[in-house]
Design a binder for this molecule. Structure first.
Ligand SMILES: Nc1ncnc2c1ncn2[C@@H]1O[C@H](COP(=O)(O)OP(=O)(O)OP(=O)(O)O)[C@@H](O)[C@H]1O
Length: 230
C-alpha cells in the first residue's frame, strides 16, 4: 500500500499508509481501539476501497486479483447470513472453495485438509455442531481453521486470539510457528501478542489512522499494554 487513505462516513480512518508486506514476514498490526487496524487489513485485501493512494496484492490491484487461494483471511467475527445454520465442518470446508473448480467434486485432499485444520484448532469433536452455537472464542478457532484448510501462502488475521482461551492461543502459536517455518507470511491484528510474541518479525502501531512505526512508538505501546514502564 502506498499513500493509503480511507474515508468512511466523512471521517479519515486511514491516513497516508505506506506498507509493504514481504514474503516470510510475520507482521503484527497493533494500536488502540478504533485506530484503524481492521480497516487497514480490509483495505489491504481490497474489501474496503481506498479514497486515495493505491494497494496491490501480489502485484495486482485488488479488483483484478483472482488468485484468492493464495490468501487466507480470518475476519474478526463469523459472518452471519443466509439464514441457514452451517456446521463447523461446512464453514471450515468453505476455506477450500478457492481451490476447487465447479466441475470437480470435493477430493480426498480437500477432506484431509479440512480434517487437519479442525485438528489444529482442537475442534474435530465439534465438526457436526452448528458454528453459530459455539462460544466466541471457538468461533474464532473455526475461522482460523477455515483459513488453514485453504493452505494459503499468506494469512491475514484480525484478532485471532480475541476471546480465545490460553491453551488454544498456545496451540495457535504452535501452528503459526510451523507455518512460518515453512515460509508462510502472516499479517495479524492484535491487542496483545501473548504467546504469539516470539513469532513476530515486524510490528507497526496505528494511531488515529496513521502509522507510528518507529521503535519508540512500539515500545510505548507495549509498555501501556503490559503496564511496565517504557
Ligand atoms: N463502515 C464504517 N463506517 C464508518 N466508520 C467506520 C466504519 N468502519 C470502521 N469505522 C470507524 O473507523 C475507525 C477505525 O475502525 P477499525 O475497526 O478499523 O479500528 P480497529 O483499530 O480495528 O479497532 P478495534 O481494535 O476496536 O477493532 C473507528 O473509529 C470506527 O468507528
Amino acid at each position: 500500500m502506498t499513500g493509503g487513505h480511507v474515508r468512511l462516513e466523512g471521517r479519515d480512518v486511514l491516513r497516508g499508509i505506506d506498507l509493504t508486506v514481504e514474503p516470510g514476514d510475520v507482521l503484527a498490526v497493533m494500536g488502540p481501539n478504533g485506530a484503524g487496524k481492521s480497516t487497514l487489513i480490509k483495505a489491504l485485501l481490497g474489501l474496503i476501497p481506498l479514497s486515495s493512494g493505491r494497494t496491490e496484492i501480489f502485484g495486482a490491484a485488488p479488483a483484478r486479483f483472482r488468485d484468492w487461494k493464495r490468501i487466507g483471511y480470518v475476519p474478526q467475527r463469523l459472518p452471519m447470513g443466509g439464514g441457514v445454520p452451517a456446521t463447523v465442518r461446512e464453514v471450515v470446508s468453505s476455506g477450500r472453495v478457492a481451490r476447487q473448480s465447479r466441475w470437480r467434486p470435493t477430493s480426498a485432499a480437500d477432506r484431509a485438509a479440512v480434517d487437519s485444520a479442525l485438528e489444529a484448532v482442537g475442534l474435530s469433536h465439534r465438526a457436526r455442531d452448528s458454528a453459530h452455537l459455539l462460544s466466541g472464542g471457538q468461533q474464532q478457532r473455526v475461522l482460523i481453521a477455515r483459513a488453514l484448510a485453504g493452505e494459503p501462502e499468506v494469512f491475514v488475521m484480525d484478532e485471532p486470539t480475541a476471546g480465545v482461551d490460553a491453551a488454544s492461543q498456545a496451540a495457535l502459536a504452535r501452528t503459526l510457528r510451523d507455518l512460518t517455518a515453512a515460509g508462510r507470511t502472516v499479517v495479524l491484528v492484535t491487542h496483545e501478542l501473548g504467546p504469539l510474541a516470539p513469532l513476530i518479525t515486524r510490528s507497526i502501531v496505528l494511531d488515529h489512522g496513521r502509522m507510528a512505526n518507529d521503535s519508540a512508538a512500539l515500545t510505548a505501546h507495549l509498555s501501556t499494554e503490559t503496564g511496565t514502564p517504557a
